[in-house]
Design a protein around this ligand. Sequence first.
Ligand SMILES: C[S@@+](CC[C@H](N)C(=O)[O-])C[C@H]1O[C@@H](n2cnc3c(N)ncnc32)[C@H](O)[C@@H]1O
Length: 304
Amino acid sequence: MLDFQELWRCLADLDLESWREHLQPLIVERLQDDAHGDFGRWRQTLGELQAVGTGDPQRLRRLLLSLAPWRKGPFDIAGIRIDAEWRSDIKWKRLRSRIAPLQDRAVLDVGCGNGYYALQMHAAGARAVIGIDPTLLYVLQFLAVEHFLPAASVFVLPLRLHELPRPAHAFDTTFSMGVLYHQRSPLEHLRQLRQTLRPGGQLVIETIFMPGEESCACTPTGRYARMRNVWLLPTIRELTTWLLRSGFRDVEIVDQSVTTTEEQRSTEWMTFESLREALNPDDPERTVEGWPAPRRVVAVANAP
Ligand SMILES: C[S@@+](CC[C@H](N)C(=O)[O-])C[C@H]1O[C@@H](n2cnc3c(N)ncnc32)[C@H](O)[C@@H]1O
């Protein structure tokens, strides 16, 4: 399923051959049929999809749809547009010119989802992109997409950040987008991100933030915008402090935006509830739980 030889070659190119011994058993264990109730079905779909190729677009479309929900996209595959929940192209457009150029850089994308951004990073000239995400469906979606849009030295591995050997000090740019607020311990996440970077390497971090000038963070008592698993939402000043206390330098806020129902919405490829249902219908500046509606900040910072 995953081309291990290519992966080891790529890691060797990044001076990370020592990772092989540690990662191989982890990845093999994760990609077993009993790893998830639906994994066998997804794996079978992937096989069929690769066999069908572009020869039968209607069947290909049905197979791609059976790997739903597609959260990140869009992708265009043989005339089929995967119109995912997120218009991830909008976020990419917001930040791509505000970060260090990716040409020839070794990139780590933590919480990469189905690899939408990893493929954009490759298109922007990155030498290699290692994406990691523990959600197996997203790994399978990447393998499906990558079959039709092949990209050398781009990988999506079923791993969490803390499972990578540390310190690596190997990557020129590390991305963590939409991941920080899912961490119980955001400072630990930032510390681990710093350890992935070579001296002078750049972190690109994107997170939901709370409005306000003060330095503080909110912890939702239950859900936030219907999301479970949201822990700490900092103000921008607090995020800056977290980055500095985690050892980063030259923190710069490069974008702030309010998430819109144009950017995040239900589609045929993600039929569950989306942002619209998470906002108070009488006051869309509030979530249904009464919190400020999601707004996102992108910060860049350098490792010393
Ligand atoms: C909100 S999505 C963001 C996806 C993408 N980066 C984006 O910006 O659209 C968060 C992703 O982070 C992944 N994730 C959560 N904790 C993680 C961790 N500790 N290490 C790696 N990925 C993680 C989840 O599986 C999920 O796919």
